[in-house]
Design a protein around this ligand. Sequence first.
Ligand SMILES: Nc1ncnc2c1ncn2[C@@H]1O[C@H](COP(=O)(O)OP(=O)(O)OP(=O)(O)O)[C@@H](O)[C@H]1O
Ligand SMILES: [Mg+2]
Length: 437
Amino acid sequence: MDEAWRIGVFVAVALVIGLIIGQPALLVLLVILGYLGWQLRNLRLLQRWLKEGKRFHPPESVGVWDDVFQEIYRLQQRNRKRKRKLGKMLNRFQEATEAMPDATVVLTPDDEIEWWNPSAGELLGLSYPRDTGQRIGNLIRHPGFAEYLRGGEFDGSAIDLPSPADERVSLSLRIVPYGKNQRLLIARDITRMQRLEQMRRDFVANVSHELRTPLTVVAGYLEAMEEECRDRDEGMRRMVEAMQQQSERMRRIVEDLLMLARLETERVSDSPEPVSVPSMLAAICEDARRLSGEEAHRIELEAEAGLWLQGNDGELRSLFSNIVFNAVRYTPGGGEIRVRWFEDERGGVFEVADSGIGIAPHHISRLTERFYRVDVGRSRSRGGTGLGLAIVKHVLLRHGGRLEIESELGAGSIFRAILPTKRLAHVQQNQISDDVV
Ligand SMILES: Nc1ncnc2c1ncn2[C@@H]1O[C@H](COP(=O)(O)OP(=O)(O)OP(=O)(O)O)[C@@H](O)[C@H]1O
Ligand SMILES: [Mg+2]
């Protein structure tokens, strides 16, 4: 508006002077030309200023052009500030990722390497600029990694493998998807952890092994002592019996620990033997009835005839018997225990349902931990060590199976071991099923 007024005033003045000197058209034309020239000059100033860019202050002018220059200048300042802030943030972010001990590699949707931090350079042996744009699969050539990458299911699972830069370094690798089909590869050095884990395993195995012989000797002497004082000294006999019970308990703990150590360290056999699960379960149920004794649990077995399983005989026996004996131990006398072995779309299913004391939900996920017992006193009085389900978990792991536990406090439990279909074998045989006891 100001500008329109200004033009109006100029033209009016030119008109008045023009009328006085008798040349109004000429003067108005001159004023308009002058005004146009001024506009052009300012346009040029603006152009030059924007082009140079570096010049800090805007050109000086008046009127509408001054407003335009000042407004653009303000915008520029604001942009500069934002840029500085972003730059600082980026620097801080880069410093943080550089300081990270974990290797971080940014991958494109085609698994090409886009960026990495110095730890990645060290742990994975990446070097700039040689490896930019390389496919990650060409760099980490471990077959397990190729499979992991191809699988494309990055739900937080990690894969352990030796570093491509140094065989002695063990890495735990995982891929995290982000943004638009981008992927982040994160690798962590777990050499120390693995070494400690190995030391723990060796230690437990060695201690267990070393305890075996003294325990056998003690048990032998206790037996001799028991015979010695059987009919003579009642007080002494009871003492010796208590000692025998405890040494037997210790022997069982040692045996279980050794079994666990074996399960953890021994290689899984490439050629598993076919195991007749129905007859194995029949024998285990017989033992369970013996264990139940006067408590007279009703133990039912229902096993699909001829449904065998490829696996390790000893390990599978331990798996089944631990679950069945638990059902007997944690079900009050007269209770019902149903053992089933059948095939369905999940695979081979071994299921033990009892009408026992049940388990509160917050304990369930921890039952397979070593020495974990819901009620230590009760378990111990039943001769339990808390290693049974840890063994079950390991055996299942070695057979590609999984454990499901359903339970309600006071309403019984269902323990279900599911084994992969590819391990099942069908053998012609008569139905094995024994009757309610
Ligand atoms: N069928 C069941 N019903 C109720 N609780 C159970 C059942 N099975 C297992 N538990 C609980 O889980 C715990 C762990 O079982 P686990 O078999 O590992 O150890 P344990 O039976 O105490 O000792 P052991 O090493 O001799 O088997 C038990 O102490 C018990 O509290
Ligand atoms: Mg047990």
